[in-house]
Design a protein around this ligand. Structure first.
Ligand SMILES: Cc1ncc(COP(=O)(O)O)c(C=O)c1O
Length: 361
């Protein structure tokens, strides 16, 4: 008996594994998905609740109000913004539009896992470019570009490393990339970066026909549960993506909460300064414990553990989980000695450090 066969690539795909809380603990400290430490803006919550009466209505198909609010905030053209059900959906829309069987999609060694996963789901071939010192190597990406390359994904800053490339380096890299290759600058963590030489990519999108910048409401805006992201591209690319995306791809509640979240600048400043205070404290405490920390410009940090069995990353993961603290293991990135921690509240981070102290000292 023969069974239905999926398209090429699907059976090579290892699904994305998300971490969830175990029921054993009444309160789980979840630091495994780089979510907002302080919860969402109260104004976004209010807007979310306010749409309950209208759930029998379809949402506005093109998320026009939200695109307008995004454009106003960033000083960009609203007609060139597309909103999505998380930036995950937009990653998929981009791949669906530009790559299929026989095409190549380049991503980096420690790039976001959904790049190769979604590439395989569309029967295209993911091509991995190695990184150097946990930092994207732009020359290594160029070396992987062939006449089959359709898309290059560059997460900047990168997840799970937390490192970044400067605006100047990205611009020089783009100049060397063939003009028929789509360059996707995934700036999911842009709002946390305080470096003067960094750019999320708006200027490059405005100068080039083949660049798309991706953003999300899941991180600083702390609306991961609603699923909301957006992208900005040239009129040429935006027209193509709009043909592929679903007609009602962003739900009513996400559109309403997104607009309110954008306007709540006091909350955004609070979330940013929380990270600016708690991240350096966390890094310093981890280093005091003798752990090797990759320098980060984001709200998460990649940490290398000793290799001896009683203190290694597996032992730390289990020790923390025992106490209801969830962090991200890194085996899917071939980093068995590393764990990734996102920044939580001050109290949560104190509990993390206290638990690691117990294990390591
Ligand atoms: C680099 C990067 N891009 C995209 C995403 C997906 O974000 P969203 O929640 O908007 O789908 C993440 C989430 O962790 C990420 O780290």
């Amino acid at each position: 008996m023969s069974l239905p066969k999926p398209r090429p690539g699907i059976l090579d795909l290892k699904p994305y594994i998300a971490t969830h809380g175990s029921s054993k603990h009444a309160k789980v400290i979840k630091l495994s998905a780089n979510e907002g430490a302080l919860g969402p803006s109260p104004k976004a919550l209010e807007a979310y609740r306010s749409v309950a009466e209208n759930l029998h209505r379809y949402p506005e198909g093109g998320s026009a109000n939200l695109a307008r609010a995004i454009a106003r905030k960033h000083g960009i053209d609203e007609a060139r913004v597309i909103c999505g059900n998380g930036s995950d959906e937009l990653i998929e829309v981009i791949i669906k539009a530009f790559a299929g069987h026989g095409d190549e999609v380049v991503y980096t060694e420690y790039g976001f896992r959904m790049f190769p996963i979604t590439t395989l789901a569309h029967s295209a071939t993911p091509v991995m470019a190695p990184e150097k010192d946990f930092t994207v190597d732009l020359d290594a990406i160029l070396a992987k570009v062939t006449d089959k390359t359709r898309i290059v994904f560059l997460a900047n800053p990168n997840n799970p490393t937390g490192t970044y490339k400067t605006a100047e380096a990205v611009k020089a890299f783009h100049a060397k990339l063939p003009s028929d290759v789509v360059l996707v600058l995934d700036a999911a963590y842009a709002e946390f970066v305080s470096k003067n030489d960094y750019s999320a990519g708006i200027e490059l999108v405005e100068q080039a026909q083949n660049v798309i910048m991706l953003r999300t409401f899941s991180k600083l805006y702390a609306l991961a549960g609603l699923r909301l992201g957006w992208c900005y591209g040239s009129p040429y690319l935006i027209d193509i993506l709009n043909r592929v995306r679903g007609p009602f791809n962003v739900n009513l509640a996400a559109q309403a909460a997104g607009v309110a979240a954008l306007e709540d600048t006091a909350f955004l400043e609070k979330a940013r300064s929380h990270n600016e205070k708690v991240m350096p404290w966390t890094v310093a405490e981890l280093e005091k414990l003798g752990l090797k920390v990759t320098p980060t410009v984001t709200n998460f940090v990649l940490v290398e553990f000793p290799h001896e069995a009683s203190k290694n990353a597996d032992a730390a993961l289990a020790h923390l989980a025992e106490r209801g603290i969830l962090v991200r293991e890194m085996r899917s990135y071939n980093l068995p000695h590393h764990l990734r921690f996102s920044v939580g509240t001050e109290d949560e981070m104190q509990q993390v450090i206290a638990a690691l102290k117990e294990l390591l000292t």
